[in-house]
Design a protein around this ligand. Sequence first.
Ligand SMILES: [Zn+2]
Ligand SMILES: [Zn+2]
Length: 394
Amino acid sequence: MEFDTASIRAGAAQLTERIREHRRTVHRHPELGFAEHRTAAYVESVLDRLGVEHRRVVGTGVVAVLPGSGPRCVGVRADMDALPVLEAAGRLGYRSEIEGLSHACGHDGHVAVALGLAELLAGVPVLPGTVALYFQPAEEGPGGADPMVDAGVLDDPVPDAIVALHVSSRYPSGTVALRSGPMTGSDDSFTITVHGVGGHAAHPETAVDPIPIAAEIVGAVQHVVTREIDPVTPVVVTFGSIHGGSRHNVIAPTVVLEGTIRTLHAHNRELLVARVPEVAQAIASAHRATTSVEMVRGYPVGNNDASLTALMALAARAVLGDTRVVAASAPSLGGEDFYAFGQTGVPVSMFWLGVADASRGIVAPHHSPAFDLAEEALPAGVAVFAETICRLLG
Ligand SMILES: [Zn+2]
Ligand SMILES: [Zn+2]
């Protein structure tokens, strides 16, 4: 195959069925972070069939390298992990076969796109430069990008740019959305334990009930969000779980709250990381209880390199046409560890690939049990990557 825009567009379209097959294979066997054994083995088996060299890193990470004639190198990252989300009923043909786990963020689609890209590139007799594919574990946590960089994946080959995509249920199928600058939010998580004194439900005066204290903490933290943060700078604090108590007539000794803090600005991040534990402790002590708080610093804000993003936008317009390429007006406060690949100074950029199809009811948000993706969108991801690579390798 030639390596030009027309051939890339046609080549990606021809891979539609194969990409669907990759996606469904991975979808059936979701695996959590650093346990992507079967997924990594599948990636390796496809690369072997294509004659693409590869190596294992950090347990379940796979780096594939397609060498080329020129000195330049482009990296492409695909995350592989799933989530502990029970998939909703009603999907035919490609349901998760692992009870309680599913690809509710669409990383199965990312693997499928990267494997489709590998096949397209392997069909080019001589690439104008090198392409490295990073199949990454554990994006949903604890983070696989940092360990891959620490393991030296950027040392051999050394990339001049690294690109990625994330499928998105916020955009229609086959649409590409790009933006330069901030793309994803910082992502810190916390666990607050409210320590009360257990007792009889009918004798609260002999106990310290942590449940109303926990409820007050949930409300007070939102108070910090609306009263202490510049309202034109977005932040989110979500309590994702509250656990306490065993039955209706027992006052629980403790309640455990878990939550996440998302920001786009460093000063907001520092303020909330400090204020959430402070407010929790102040409310607890006002009501004779205590708290212990564990704060886990997660991914920083993800920034797309401006010139790489501009080049990727031109590449997307070339292969998809102007109407299917949009400027993303706002970042997401979702966390993303892809940007750790930029820590050596190499320019990085990620785009959103729309996978929603309202006519078929494919609209559920990421991380929800009903999340699904329009598979027909995936070849567009292959085409945009290939055209971007073609332009970057010159
Ligand atoms: Zn996710
Ligand atoms: Zn994701």
